[in-house]
Design a binder for this molecule. Structure first.
Ligand code: PFF
Length: 444
């Protein structure tokens, strides 16, 4: 089984594939709405702290578990910890991936609707963009059709082979998406009244601290970096022996955070500048929840010449970024079923696709079910998975394996202090801090 696994050949392919999984709707759709809800700058500060202290060490750990076992997320625990209960961490990850797809695919479907509306010109002709989004939300059948389409598209890529699809689309799409966001950010911050949006984003207002701030930021960090469910374990299993794990984790996290903040720099200045009532804009943004991206960005396009072209281009890129993430989600679940139950790849894909569509149908009909899937996975299941992965690498995994993986069998030179700090973080800092955040978030 292991010999047949493909590995990424080019260096850029490795980073691109992992970054392709990380950069997605989590950055451009979920991050802004969480930031609005979390009080702006203060949320971003805590979020960056979570990326540094939890995100990067855990991403390295997931890569490590994947590469040292060369197996899927559940199989990795069978191989590295045979006969123990650690396998449940892998299984939890597979379940989490399935649950995330249940609502993520619905949002992916929205991006397709917006591509369609952009091309047909109906988006640039709409003056009430909130009403346009609400109409979509109130039309489950329409959401279901597009959600199914996106799920099938993902399944098609899964069947056509991991490497080709992901590497290529991530390598081409990511730089273009980045550039487009830069252009949009420039347009947004040069609008009259944009300064208030930048203040909201970058000037911490300590009176805004909510009791769930840490839990929300931690959940968003896990979600955005694709951590806690073994997605990066699966990717790590495809890495070759020379891939530097720490460097790759730092690069992916940096890129992911940059894209998220850039999305914030587009959306908030635009939202503040284009609102009719600046006094209530924050409440509106919070109330708008998942609609933020789908309302504010088209409003911004309507301020630009050639809005139809811009919005077509933007939503196409967004759909592509989402696709490289859904591929990684579906890959985790499919490979698990394929390798653990010895069901063909084709049949496993069919099974997963059907399950996701069923979940997506429920999420399209009920926004509270949609929110339940979102909260359960991002705020609970991913951090719980991350907590156990940190314990696994910090306490259980043979330190010889850990050091060999970190240094690529001693070909990379890290100081012993660095290696010890890494283990210390995983043994004590990450699990204790996560536990404290959980308890505080739940009881406060
Ligand atoms: N990181 C993706 C995003 O930000 O859109 C979502 C995601 C993909 C979460 C894969 C978890 C995962 F395993």
């Amino acid at each position: 089984m292991t010999e047949k696994r493909v590995t990424f050949v080019s260096k850029i392919g490795v980073v691109a594939a992992a970054a392709g999984s990380a950069v997605g709707l989590g950055n451009i759709w979920r991050f802004p709405s969480q930031t609005a809800d979390g009080g702006g700058a203060i949320f971003i500060l805590v979020y960056i702290g979570c990326i540094l202290f939890f995100g990067i060490p855990l991403m390295v750990s997931e890569f490590m578990v994947g590469r040292s076992s060369r197996a899927n997320t559940a199989g990795a625990y069978h191989l590295l910890a045979p006969g123990t209960q650690w396998k449940w961490v892998g299984r939890l990850g597979v379940l989490t991936g399935f649950i995330i797809m249940g609502f993520y695919m619905v949002v992916c479907g929205w991006t397709l609707v917006y591509i369609f509306q952009s091309v047909s010109g109906s988006l640039s002709g709409t003056t009430d963009l909130s009403a346009n989004f609400i109409a979509l939300q109130n039309n489950p059948m329409r959401q279901i059709v597009w959600m199914i389409l996106f799920t099938l598209l993902t399944a098609f890529f899964i069947l056509s082979g991991v490497k080709k699809g992901i590497e290529l689309s991530a390598k081409i799409m990511m730089p273009i998406l980045f550039l487009l966001l830069v252009v949009l950010a420039i347009r947004a911050i040069t609008l009259d009244g944009a300064g208030a949006g930048l203040n909201f984003l970058f000037k911490p207002d300590w009176s805004q601290v909510k009791s769930t701030l840490f839990l929300d930021a931690m959940g968003q960090a896990f979600f955005s970096l694709s951590l806690g469910m073994g997605c990066m374990i699966t990717y790590g299993s495809y890495f070759n022996d020379n891939t530097p794990l720490v460097k790759t984790a730092v690069q992916v996290s940096l890129l992911d955070t940059l894209v998220a903040i850039l999305a914030g720099v587009v959306i908030f200045p635009a939202a503040f500048a284009l609102t009719a009532n600046p006094a209530t804009i924050v409440d509106e943004l919070v109330a708008g929840g998942p609609g933020l991206l789908f309302i504010t960005i088209p409003e911004l396009f309507n301020q630009m010449p050639g809005s139809m072209i811009w919005s077509t281009f933007f939503f196409c890129l967004l759909a592509l970024a989402a696709l490289t993430s859904t591929i990684s989600l579906m890959e985790v679940v499919t490979v698990y079923i394929h390798e653990e139950y010895h069901i063909s790849r084709r049949k496993s894909t069919l099974l997963v696709t059907t399950g996701v569509i069923i979940l997506g149908i429920f999420a399209s009909f009920s926004s509270s079910f949609f929110n339940f899937l979102d909260v359960a996975s991002a705020k609970f299941m991913l951090p719980i998975g991350g907590f156990f992965i940190s314990l696994f690498v910090g306490w259980y995994l043979d330190k010889k394996i850990v050091y060999a993986q970190l240094t690529n069998e001693r070909s990379l030179k890290y100081s012993i202090g660095f290696l010890k700090t890494y283990i210390f973080l995983l043994r004590y800092v990450v699990p204790i801090a996560m536990l404290a955040i959980f308890i505080y978030g739940l009881v406060a």
